[in-house]
Design a protein around this ligand. Structure first.
Ligand SMILES: [Fe+2]
Ligand SMILES: [Fe+2]
Length: 272
């Protein structure tokens, strides 16, 4: 994060406020502060209660970013300007450098996902083989392998030694992983129904969440974790990661990565 963490994060927070506040206001007006009308059926009440939950999640998300992650990043930048930055070169821990490298592959699949979504929205047609191929890649690589490493090895060790505020930040990152999984299920459902418009909507939302999540991990969270992992912690996590890598290899690593190159060639006009 070169042009100062403070500047970059205050711009991001301001942008977030501009986008979220009007939406929150509209939701409250439309739903009369989430109060269902008299005699409303149970699915109507469930919807209102889910919307209220959604607003609480948004508050939690904003609180975590503005009051925990960003101030911590600013403090770290002041104490040690080289501690934060994008890219594996900034991390002293090998386990974090490996995850940052995987983020680059996830972002390549996000580029393809966005191009597919645009194509589906414009043509109102779905190429089922391409969508299911990309979905398999996102599930096997981004979720089972990468998020599996974070949730199964890195986060448990870090939360056992960090302070309680940072535990909240980790919990929120896991919440965002769950959002990814819901959107993948939505994409699968749109695929089953051959619904191009729904696919485009879920795909664009998933792409947005993945980009934002990776930015937070690369630019802030991993810098915080990096400062607290010992050499022994790092070695133990890297060993745990190897079990995930072996499993990914068995389940079709070469096949899905080859398919990513083919889809990039087709949707982004990149050489395969
Ligand atoms: Fe993550
Ligand atoms: Fe990640």
């Amino acid at each position: 994060m070169s042009s100062s963490v403070r500047e970059s994060n205050s711009n991001a927070a301001e942008e977030q406020r501009k986008r979220i506040n009007p939406t929150k206001g509209k939701l409250r007006v439309l739903t009369s502060d989430y109060g269902p009308p008299q005699g409303a059926c149970s699915s109507f009440k469930t919807l209102y209660s889910a919307l209220e939950e959604f607003e609480k999640d948004l508050h939690q998300h904003i609180h975590l970013e503005n009051n925990i992650l960003f101030p911590r990043a600013i403090q770290m930048e002041a104490e040690s300007p080289s501690a934060l930055g994008s890219g594996e070169g900034f991390m002293k821990s090998k386990c974090l450098a490996l995850l940052v490298t995987e983020h680059k592959t996830i972002l390549r699949s996000v580029d393809v996902l966005q191009a597919m979504a645009k194509h589906a929205a414009d043509s109102q047609r779905l190429n089922k083989e391409d969508v299911s191929g990309l979905l398999e890649l996102v599930r096997l690589f981004a979720d089972d392998l990468h998020q599996g490493k974070e949730e199964g090895a890195l986060f448990p060790l870090f939360t056992a030694k960090c302070d309680p505020l940072e535990v909240d930040a980790i919990r929120h990152m896991i919440f965002e992983h769950e959002q990814d999984r819901s959107l993948m299920a939505g994409i699968e459902d749109a695929l089953q129904r051959s619904n191009a418009a729904d696919f485009a909507q879920y795909a664009l939302r998933l792409a947005e969440i993945l980009r934002d999540h990776i930015r937070k991990e690369d630019d802030i969270l991993f810098g915080i974790i990096d400062q607290q992992l010992s050499v022994e912690d790092d070695a133990g996590i890297v060993t745990e990661f190897e079990a995930f890598d072996r499993e990914f290899e068995k389940r079709g690593r070469d096949r899905v990565l080859h398919r990513l190159r083919m889809l990039e060639w087709k949707y982004l006009s990149k050489p395969a």
